[in-house]
Design a protein around this ligand. Sequence first.
Ligand SMILES: CC(C)(COP(=O)(O)OP(=O)(O)OC[C@H]1O[C@@H](n2cnc3c(N)ncnc32)[C@H](O)[C@@H]1OP(=O)(O)O)[C@@H](O)C(=O)NCCC(=O)NCCS
Length: 178
Amino acid sequence: MLKGKHVTLRGLELEDAEEAFEHFNDAEVRRFIGGPRPVSKQEEEEWIRSTWAKRKSGRGHVFGIELNKSQLLIGCCELTDISPIHRGAEMGIVIFNKQYWGQGLGTEALRLLLEYGFKYLNLHRVYLRVNEKNKRAIRSYLKVGFQQVARYRQAEFLDGKYTDVFLMDILAEEFKPT
Ligand SMILES: CC(C)(COP(=O)(O)OP(=O)(O)OC[C@H]1O[C@@H](n2cnc3c(N)ncnc32)[C@H](O)[C@@H]1OP(=O)(O)O)[C@@H](O)C(=O)NCCC(=O)NCCS
């Protein structure tokens, strides 16, 4: 478990499928992460099982994001596609309970995840892809030290239009835990 001031990153349990299911069919939550394709409770459970297999194989580490005050699960985040040679990994995050957006919790979870990746997994570089319209996410990535390194043109079809996607990354030496 990785404990911050307001949130803790922990492994996912099958019982978490209920809370994830509650929020994952919300089109606003899914706007930048796969769109409003419906998800069933069983699919949530299958996904949770897949996170355990991923961790065991060393391909990735997926965490639930839990509020310290109430132990409510509000989201999840991951380091995935870990390269044992290049020491790189892709990062993903969602605060699926949108009541908790814009309170600094996503940024705190990101810092915990990066600290885990750089200090514990000995990663050298973490990268991510984000839609250009996802201003809230871009702002939180910039706050923890990611920089934009490339633009994939017209890479995603969003709200009826092709939109660009940014590639952002951060090196271990650039990360400053606060
Ligand atoms: C992206 C996400 C993880 C960020 O977590 P969060 O807890 O909401 O973010 P934080 O509160 O830590 O930081 C958000 C920052 O964006 C800013 N922000 C919010 N809306 C903004 C906008 N429209 N334009 C610019 N900045 C904006 C906030 O003011 C804050 O910056 P500040 O601390 O300097 O004021 C969360 O919003 C989320 O899960 N969104 C849906 C899923 C998603 O998009 N995941 C990322 C896919 S790449």
